[in-house]
Design a protein around this ligand. Structure first.
Ligand code: NAD
Length: 342
């Protein structure tokens, strides 16, 4: 008996997960759901070059009749958007791994839906986990793990400085790349330039793990103005225009900032000598300084975390869980069946 996985969403992330899973032992892709007319009707083998001959279907109710241990959902970013999919998968008695950013800690922005997911998971005896590179790892789980070697922690400052150059037009628009300063400010005001999705969730994950009750999470979004010309296949940025968004979040308690998370995202950072990386400073006893250069690649990291979390989610107690509540997932190198203990 292999561990059986259904994929819901076979885009850049979900497709990558199916390909990664294809290289693993003791686990197989048994079915897939995708609404894209260019994907449905094809087999997974035809679309992705994997072994699975499962046909891609947009009839979720039908697909979810397939016997499976886990459904991996990689369709959207927001809890409200993926909730109907989670509900349907959970009612079909499947564990769920979801990479929607808000699902890394859904109770933060959608407390009612978070509680609903938890109760549904309990009633159906399955586990629901949100994961991904960020939120889900770099600016939350990794920080929490590093505090494990501390006697005490007074405050935390961490940054993920990354390169947006590989991404397409949607990311350029949501980060304001290629806009003028006026357009950037108007976009932030109107909510069309969103910056990073996931700061409240990362803050909540860190604070709840450490037992800190934050009074307030404050966020700022500033334009990164290019001094030199920058270009990608999707955008041209003249000097004086916006090359990215510096999004910062502050977790505040009793007027003191306990957590600062900094995420400047821009195209061609190397043009102006900006070195990318993931940096964590924990102030306490002892002080911890961690630097990962360059940054952990977001796509690979997200695909790997979703697949590597399969045994953890099957083994976990039922309910809604976040990444800090499960063992840290190792790379899935062993036969997956040997890692399942129920
Ligand atoms: P994508 O657009 O390449 O793929 C999404 C796929 O889902 C598409 O094939 C689409 O047809 C399918 N889909 C969407 N809604 C559907 C529905 N209701 N039913 C069936 N199929 C549906 O996107 P992606 O790059 O693969 O990313 C997926 C999501 O994951 C995005 O919202 C992204 O922001 C998020 N994400 C989170 C993290 C993280 O760190 N937590 C990292 C990467 C991506």
């Amino acid at each position: 008996m292999t561990v059986k996985v259904i994929h819901w969403g076979l885009g850049a992330m979900g497709g990558g997960m199916a390909k990664l899973l294809d290289t693993k032992t003791g686990v197989e892709s048994v079915a897939a759901i995708d609404a894209d007319p260019n994907k449905k009707g094809k087999t997974m083998a035809q679309l992705l070059g994997v072994k699975s001959q499962a046909a891609i279907n947009d009839d979720a109710a039908e697909v979810l009749k397939t016997e499976a241990d886990v459904v991996i959902i990689a369709t959207g970013s927001f809890t409200r958007e993926v909730f109907p999919q989670i509900e349907q998968a959970v009612k079909a008695k499947k564990n769920v791994i979801c990479i929607a950013e808000e699902m890394s800690y859904p109770r933060q922005q959608e407390p009612e839906l978070g509680e609903k997911i938890h109760q549904l998971a309990l009633a159906n005896n399955v586990t629901v986990l949100g994961t991904g590179i960020n939120p889900g790892f770099v600016l939350d789980l990794l920080i929490v793990a590093m505090t494990g070697v501390c006697y005490n922690v007074t405050d935390i400052k961490a940054s993920r400085i990354n390169d947006l150059s590989p991404f397409g037009p949607t990311v350029m628009k949501t980060q304001g790349v290629g806009t003028t300063l006026e357009e950037f400010n108007a976009g932030v005001e109107a909510g069309t330039i969103v910056g990073h999705v996931g700061f409240p969730e990362s803050m909540a994950m860190i604070a709840s793990a450490l037992g800190w009750e934050l009074d307030e999470i404050r966020q700022t979004k500033e334009p990164i103005i290019a001094k030199k010309y920058r270009e990608t296949p999707h955008v041209k940025v003249e000097p004086g225009m916006v090359a990215g968004c510096r999004h910062i979040a502050y977790g505040i308690k009793d007027g003191k900032t306990l957590i600062t998370l900094i995420h400047p995202q821009q195209v061609r950072p190397e043009n102006e000598g900006v070195e990318t990386g993931d940096f964590i400073e924990i102030h306490g006893e002892p002080n911890i300084n961690m630097a990962i250069q360059p940054e952990i690649p977001g796509g690979i990291g997200t695909i790997a975390l979703a697949v590597n979390s399969i045994p953890n989610v099957i083994n976990a107690k039922p309910g809604l869980v976040n990444m800090t509540q499960l063992p840290v997932p190792p790379a899935l190198l062993a036969d997956v069946r040997t890692l399942i203990n129920k």
